[in-house]
Design a protein around this ligand. Structure first.
Ligand SMILES: [Zn+2]
Ligand SMILES: [Zn+2]
Length: 338
């Protein structure tokens, strides 16, 4: 056996492309499937280049969020509820929008739903959808190698936030450029958000969450800025990052023991169903990202509701037989994770 990143290659090759059912090939895009042909360059790794501007901004944001906690006791109940609503909306903009719809094409969405998801995605301010999806496809295709933007082999801190504080590894840039992003380029909603991103985040991530409590129920502007804006924003960021850090390190691997992503119930709850990460990396086309449907999975509940309303269609799901066969073939023997 030889190892590349965490993926086992050599005498045993787990190549999902040999098994059409495992890649959801009718999505029009399969560039989120692990590439067994990529090998990291040998020799010394390029030096780490810290981007100090990002370090300072992230430090200020986290200090602001910590300070935000001190406003909680005096905040009006309506402001707390509003902060929770903003948390939920912006999280769905990432999980249902940037992730399950735009990165993986695990379901189809009509224009009104795409517009809604782009608006709430902007509220989450995690780079525009195009960039998010490109990084995320690279994360799946080159998982835990130099070409993975948040390669968890570089440790918890790097996978969590460190990758945003330094220059990308050259392989991330090189491989990212070669990804098939034609579906995103053809999506007018995605490209509109990308074109106007700076103005839109100012409005959706900062002004809108702050102004509503101040205008409608006379909340102090400070509380409105520190709680539904800064604290909420920072919590959504960290919940998302836990999928890249904790869910790549802690938990069991019932579907594929050869990869690092794990089933992590804590992350699943915090990130609206995104913590079933061993399942998700094994079946990236599955719109529930889990074997267990709506359990701990608010994102799946939301997509189901959209399906019921006729705004979502073509929700892809790995069949029970496929999942079971894969568990027997590559799982670690621990079955129940939900
Ligand atoms: Zn992952
Ligand atoms: Zn994914």
């Amino acid at each position: 056996m030889m190892y590349r990143g965490s993926q086992t290659v050599g005498t045993y090759v787990e190549n999902p492309q040999m098994n059409g059912d495992d890649i959801g090939k009718d999505r029009g895009m399969t560039d989120d499937i692990f590439d067994t042909t990529y090998t990291e360059k040998t020799g010394p790794k390029p030096p780490m280049k810290i981007v100090w501007k990002n370090v300072i901004l992230m430090a200020m944001l986290h200090l602001g969020a910590l300070y935000g906690f001190s406003f909680l006791p005096s905040a009006k109940p309506a402001t707390i509820i509003w902060a929770m609503v903003c948390f939920m909306l912006s999280a769905l903009g990432v999980t249902a929008g940037a992730h399950r719809l735009w990165s993986h094409r695990s379901f189809k969405a009509k224009l009104p739903l795409r517009i809604f998801l782009a608006v709430v995605n902007t509220m989450a301010f995690q780079n525009d959808i195009y960039e998010w999806a490109r990084d995320h496809r690279a994360h799946h295709k080159y998982s835990e190698t130099d070409a993975d933007p948040h390669n968890a082999m570089r440790g918890f801190f790097f996978a969590h936030i460190g990758w945003l504080l330094m220059k990308k590894h050259p392989d991330v840039i090189e491989k990212g450029k070669k990804l098939d992003l034609s579906d995103l380029q053809a999506d007018k909603v995605v490209m509109f958000q990308r074109r106007h991103y700076k103005k839109l985040i100012l409005v959706m991530c900062f002004i809108f969450p702050t102004v509503i409590p101040w205008y409608f129920w006379n909340e102090s502007l400070y509380t409105a800025f520190y709680v539904p804006c800064l604290l909420r924003y920072t919590l959504v960021l960290n919940a998302t990052w836990l999928v890249n850090s904790a869910a790549h390190m802690y938990g069991n691997r019932p579907y594929d023991k050869n990869i690092n992503p794990r089933e992590n119930r804590f992350v699943a709850i915090g990130a609206f169903g995104e913590g079933f990460h061993n399942y998700h990396h094994t079946f990236p086309y599955d719109y529930t990202t889990s074997e267990f449907g709506i359990r701990y999975n608010l994102t799946t509940c939301f997509i189901n509701l959209m399906f019921f309303l006729g705004l979502a269609s073509d929700c892809k799901k790995a069949s029970k037989e496929t999942v079971m066969a894969r568990q027997l073939r590559t799982g670690d023997g621990s079955h129940r994770s939900g």
